[in-house]
Write a protein that binds this ligand. Sequence first.
Ligand SMILES: [Zn+2]
Length: 180
Amino acid sequence: MIGRRDFLKAFGAGVALCAGRAAGAQDADAPARAEPCVVDMMRGRERYLIDLRSAEGLRIAAYLLRDVEYGNLIGTPEFDLLRLAAWAQAYMAAYGRYTVLDIHSGLRTREHNAHLEKAAINSLHIPRTGNRFSAMDVDPYGIDREYFGQLVATTKFGGVGWYATHVHFDCRAIPAYWRA
Ligand SMILES: [Zn+2]
């Protein structure tokens, strides 16, 4: 958990990073432009600006994406999934549309998934070896869900599903798109 003071500090750092002004960007080995590595996510009353370069950030992401309904199991979200979320957020911010990703679902135990109507049997929400999973359902606060899904889909990074209350996206080899 991070306190309000740390949160604000992280927020300042995140803004600098997204603008490509990270201190590290001056290193000879660093890429010319900083890759988006900060994601603003909330679940219920908890909201964090997560720095994906830090172990603490990855822990917070895993915590927010736990299976809240079935035993609060905390797994390991695929890094590419988090990076995709950070990229989409930074892209929108660059055009003046800031959003917070309201998490509806991340990891889902097989038991949980089996109890859901219409959930895919081999859903990417279900953890594999090492409790790794590669899907999340989010409501991009203040942003049209259709637009958000289209933006993620342009990356051809995985699957995108549009639902009445959220957008599902995941990482997989062959992109797939669907509407509920
Ligand atoms: Zn989903």
